[in-house]
Each structure stands twice: as C-alpha cells, then as structure tokens.
Design a binder for this molecule. Structure first.
Ligand SMILES: Cc1cc2nc3c(=O)[nH]c(=O)nc-3n(C[C@H](O)[C@H](O)[C@H](O)COP(=O)(O)OP(=O)(O)OC[C@H]3O[C@@H](n4cnc5c(N)ncnc54)[C@H](O)[C@@H]3O)c2cc1C
Length: 406
C-alpha cells in the first residue's frame, strides 16, 4: 500500500495507520536509495513526494523546504536571490534522504555538509507526534538527525541556512589515457592539498579506461585561473574541457547520466590519505588486465566539512580527504552478475586504504556497513537516541540503528 502524503497530518495518519495494522513502513522522498529502502515488501510506503513546498527569506538567508522535495526545488528557489546551500550533485535526489545522511555537494568545502546547514527540523515520531529539533529544542535529536539518517522519524520540513554564492561556476576536466593516469593522479592529489575552498577536486575512470581529473568551482570563475594554471603539472592531457555554467545548470549536469530506471550497484569508502599505493589500486580497479573493470571516482572533502567539531553531529569521518566510489549503472539484467562482481572487486582493492564509509553510500552491507559509517562512540549515542525516539524500530527500512531494547 502507498499513501501519498500531502500534509503533515497525512504523515501522522499514515504512521498511526501503519502501526495499527502492523505494517512495515518505508519512507520515500527522492527514491534514490538504490537498494529500494523506500519500498517495503507487503507494507506501507509513506510517499512524501507531494510535500514539495519551499519558501525562501532572502533577507534572513533562510529556506524552509518540505520533506518530500527534490534538491532541484531548493536550488532553483534559492538561486533567484543568488543564494544556495550545500546540496548533492544530481538535482532529482531527495532533500530528505540526502540531508539526513549528511549531504555532500559542491558547496560543502565552503559551507559544510547539507546537514551542517540545517537550522531546524520538523519531524513526525513513531507515535505520530509532531516535534521540532534545533540547537535549543531537543538538541539530542538535532544532533542525531544530522547524519543519523531516517532512523528517528519522518522529517516533514527542513529549515536551511543559505549563502550568497552568486550564480556562476566553472568545471575543469582533463582526460588522460590509462597509462598516463598514475603520474597525473599524483600531481592532482598534491594540488588538492593547496586547493581553495571554492574548488572541489574530482577524478574518475570510466568503462572506456580514460582517466578524467579536474575540479568543480563555485564562485567567480576568474578566481579559478591560478588553479587552472596549476593543472599543467598533471602533464599533457588527451582532451581538455573547461566550461563556465550557471549554478543551477551545474546542479543538473549529471541528471541524465544518473537518470531513473537504471539498474544500479555502488560501493564506497572514505579515504583519509591517498598514498601512491592507493593511486595504483584506484587505477587498476581490482582487475587483472584482461578482466572487466568498473567505473571509479573520487570527490574531495576538507575545508568547511572538517571545520565542524566532530562531536557536533552524528555524521562521522570529517577528516576525510577523498570519498571513493565505484559502481555500475546498466539497463540489461543479464549484465548484473559480472558488473556487480567487478564493482565489489574494485571496492575490495581500495579497502586497505579506507577508514570508513558515507552512510548514504551504503548499499547492501547491512549492520557491518552501519558500523563503518559511524565512530563507535557516536553509534552508542545513536542507539540511545533510537531507544528514546523509536524503541520498537518502527523506522527500520533505512541504514538501521537498532535500538538496544530489541
Ligand atoms: C544518482 C545518485 C546521486 C547521488 N548523489 C549524491 C550526492 O551528490 N551527495 C550525497 O550526499 N549523496 C548522493 N547520493 C546518495 C543519496 O544521498 C542517498 O541515496 C539518499 O538516501 C537519497 O535520498 P532520497 O530521498 O532521494 O531517497 P529515498 O529512496 O526516497 O529515501 C531513502 C531513505 O531516506 C530516508 N528518508 C528520505 N526522506 C526522508 C524524510 N523526509 N524523513 C525521514 N526519512 C527520510 C528513508 O529512510 C528512506 O528509506 C546520490 C544517490 C544517487 C542514486
């Protein structure tokens, strides 16, 4: 059964109905959970997608957005005033799932993760009560909602801090054949150490075996010229792509390639360092030469993400240097086995260099994945919070924090 919730009252009624009928609950916002966490078997999906309202107060630099909205709604509303806050890289990802897990995007090195910019949450609890959480109201819940995922209730509204980012961005990409990738990646890593916060370094190797290294810049593109010059240290690329675009266009840039209806599998790691041995593992992707190799990618952390004191929020691993991801998007079910196996091999090859994982990058790892996503002390605190707000684990179709009472 699916309830399409169009108001906070609908969400309350849905939670109470599910509990009365003893139905498992799934919560749907953007629907980007590739293992289908929003879709319970034989249960009740609480579909928040009608809850897309957004209000921006440009003078106070605040946005209030409902819990079923997509990132593009927030970006477009804020950009009318040259404002924005950290959101992800694909505009059809849900504000709900992304922000509750942390929320990484092109503004995070300047302004912190999406969750670092939330001022308050309005949430429906497992008992169907409507509560607010902020630094002053239920600060324990506020701490847990900043990275703890959908474990404590259904968020019907997020209040975000906005920033005067303007509307201009620049993307720089330099493509190298695989045999030139290792020295280029070493130079790229060294440049990243000095990169201004407007720049988020990216690197990827696709199924075409080409390495594309570069950065995304949010702010006046003129200010990126020094960094562009610095990229000469990578060597001579086979192709160069440097393009200015609006912030809204940047935020939609990957929408088609990451479209709905693809068969997806991905795995990730957080890396605190990227030594030469990790660069080699990244390029080889867990395969011997004649075997199938999946796509791999890196996105830089640091800057304002690491400025936030670690104890400030449930989100863990703020000392991350790069987030590694490997995966496969495909249409033919016949390819599932070989492609998933390849992604797993490439993730295994990077595992010795990993120190954790982003909770929103987890797929089918289960409890082991959740233990990698949070530091042990934070997990203890999250369990205590779960005991308070959802002791019967009503909200368990997520990267689950199990209450201790079960
Ligand atoms: C193509 C693609 C691109 C991505 N890019 C990024 C990125 O740039 N940065 C990044 O940080 N992450 C990114 N992610 C990961 C993404 O943040 C997670 O998959 C996230 O869970 C998706 O949220 P959703 O609302 O779209 O998904 P859904 O499948 O709708 O929800 C997933 C889970 O989130 C919880 N949830 C969602 N909304 C609410 C709510 N309002 N209240 C309570 N619980 C809720 C529920 O537990 C739900 O089961 C990407 C994922 C994909 C598939």
């Amino acid at each position: 059964m699916i309830i399409r919730a169009a108001s906070v009252e609908d969400v309350v009624a849905a939670v109470r109905t599910a509990r009365e009928l003893d139905l498992e609950i799934g919560v749907r916002c953007g629907g980007h959970s590739s293992i289908g966490l929003a879709v319970p078997e034989d249960g009740l999906m609480i579909d928040l997608t009608p809850l897309t309202g957004v209000r921006v107060d440009p003078a106070r630099r605040r946005a209030w957005i409902q819990g079923g909205a997509l990132l593009g709604v927030l970006d477009r509303a804020a950009q009318r005033y040259g404002l924005a806050t950290t959101a992800g890289n694909v505009s059809h990802t849900g504000v709900g799932g992304l922000t509750l897990g942390g929320g990484m995007g092109w503004l995070a090195r300047q302004y912190g993760l999406a969750c670092d910019n939330v001022v308050s949450y309005t949430m429906v609890t497992a008992d169907g009560e409507v509560v607010r959480a902020s630094r002053t109201e239920r600060p324990d819940l506020f701490w847990g909602l900043r990275g703890g995922g959908g474990n404590f209730g259904i968020v019907t509204e997020f209040e975000f801090r906005l920033h005067p980012v303007g509307t201009r961005t620049l993307v720089a990409e330099y493509t190298f054949p695989l045999d030139k990738a290792i020295p280029a990646l070493k130079a790229w890593r060294d440049l990243n150490a000095e990169a201004p916060r407007e720049a988020t370094f990216t690197a990827g190797i696709g199924r075409d075996n080409q390495a594309t290294l570069g950065f995304v810049w949010v702010g006046d593109p003129q200010r990126a010229s020094r960094l562009l010059h610095g990229f000469q240290a990578l060597g001579r690329p086979a192709a160069t792509h440097v393009a200015e675009m609006s912030y809204v266009d940047l935020q939609c840039r990957e929408d088609t390639v990451e479209r709905h209806s693809l068969r997806r599998y991905s795995k990730g790691h957080y890396l605190q360092q990227f030594p030469d041995a990790a660069i080699e593992a990244f390029v080889h992707r867990g395969a011997s030469d004649d075997e199938f190799r999946p796509s791999v990618g890196l996105q830089a952390y640091g800057g304002a993400i690491a400025d936030v004191p670690d104890e400030d929020a449930a989100f863990s691993h703020r000392a991350t240097l790069f987030e590694f991801g490997t995966g496969t998007n495909r249409t033919d079910p016949a390819d599932d086995e070989i492609r998933i196996a390849a992604a797993r091999r490439s993730a295994a090859a990077m595992a010795p260099f990993a120190h954790g994982v982003y909770v929103n990058a987890l797929s089918d790892e289960g409890a082991e994945g959740v233990h990698r996503a949070y530091s042990p002390d934070k997990l203890t605190r999250l369990v205590a919070l779960k005991d308070t707000y959802d002791p019967h684990n009503v909200f368990h179709h997520n990267q689950n924090i199990q209450p201790s009472t079960r």
